[in-house]
Design a protein around this ligand. Structure first.
Ligand code: 1HE
Length: 263
């Protein structure tokens, strides 16, 4: 499958062709997110082929994403602004709560709405050129793509407040240390690492991936006693799947490659 809408491409990759590569292809504008591109992202993640088991999200050119397309920030009234922000929520929710785990391959600018986009992925791999910023503060606006919910969960309210109040920019190394990215890799290798991780994820039992994407973040927000019950329910469902039984049988039978190895 290969389709090329205006500012986004979706293709299949990996040995088994079970990985969807969703790429922002608006490099000339540093992959700035126009309303059209936000809609393309929504449509891409809402319509992934059934055969896809994991996805990689990346951006063409030297920068992952420069955030909101500022040329479209004209004179919206409050109601239009509300709906604009909600349209980002729908698109980025389609990534976070879509059918498959998403690994973002970061490089260069991951700023403003670009950071909000990256935060909607499940795993972030950042190469050494990556930098993170929230220039909304200096543009006189506020985050609107779910950043105030997702970013504090990565780095905390205090650091996000500082980034927006002072325009602070974090480099790749600091970003990994703080929790923006789970993996730091040499310049130019984020995509390859993201694809490698996506292939590994695609080999998991689908119900385990589902539980991690849909149950874990919700359990983490629940009061502990609700969380324990939700955990018990999802774990009972996951372990009842024939695939889980087969995997446990393989381990108990001493099959090669089923042991946990030291990292
Ligand atoms: C853009 C945008 C954009 C680049 N909207 N057109 N985001 C920002 O405030 C970040 C603004 N961008 C930058 O700071 C820089 O462009 C970068 C650090 C990302 C990259 O710098 P550089 O030197 O590689 O590129 P450039 O020369 O600045 O930009 C190349 C072109 O992309 C240029 O257009 P051209 O027609 O003159 O070639 C730029 O105008 C264009 N461009 N970034 C529109 N963002 C849901 S609410 C989210 C709120 C936000 O995201 S606010 C933060 C917005």
């Amino acid at each position: 499958m290969q389709s090329k809408p205006k500012d986004l491409s979706v293709s299949l990759a990996g040995a088994s062709q079970q990985i969807a590569v969703v790429r922002l292809t608006r490099g000339a504008k540093r992959n700035a997110l126009s309303d059209g591109l936000v809609a393309e992202l929504r449509d891409a993640f809402q319509n992934l082929p059934d055969t896809v088991r994991a996805a990689v999200l990346d951006g063409e050119g030297e920068h992952f994403c420069a955030g909101l397309d500022l040329s479209e920030l004209k004179e919206r009234d409050a109601g239009q602004g509300l709906h604009h922000s909600r349209s980002w929520h729908v698109a980025l929710d389609a990534i976070q709560y879509g059918p498959v785990p998403v690994v973002a391959a970061l490089h260069g600018a991951v700023v403003g709405g670009g950071l909000e986009l990256a935060a909607s992925a499940h795993i972030r791999v950042a190469d050494a050129t990556t930098f993170y910023a929230l220039p909304e503060g200096s543009r006189g606006i506020f985050v609107g793509g779910g950043g105030s919910v997702r970013i504090p969960r990565l780095i905390g309210v205090a650091r996000m407040t500082d980034m927006m109040l002072t325009g602070r920019v974090y480099n790749a190394e600091d970003g990994e240390r703080l929790g923006f990215a789970q993996y730091g890799v040499p310049a130019g290798s984020a995509f390859d690492k993201a694809l490698e991780l996506a292939e590994r994820i695609a080999g998991n039992a689908p119900l385990t991936n589902y539980a991690l994407m849909h149950a874990l973040p919700r359990i983490a927000e629940q009061p502990a006693d609700h969380g324990y019950l939700t955990e018990a329910l999802i774990s009972a469902i996951a372990q009842a799947a024939p695939e889980a039984k087969a995997r446990v049988r393989d381990f108990l039978a001493g099959k090669a490659g089923t042991k946990v190895k030291k990292g």
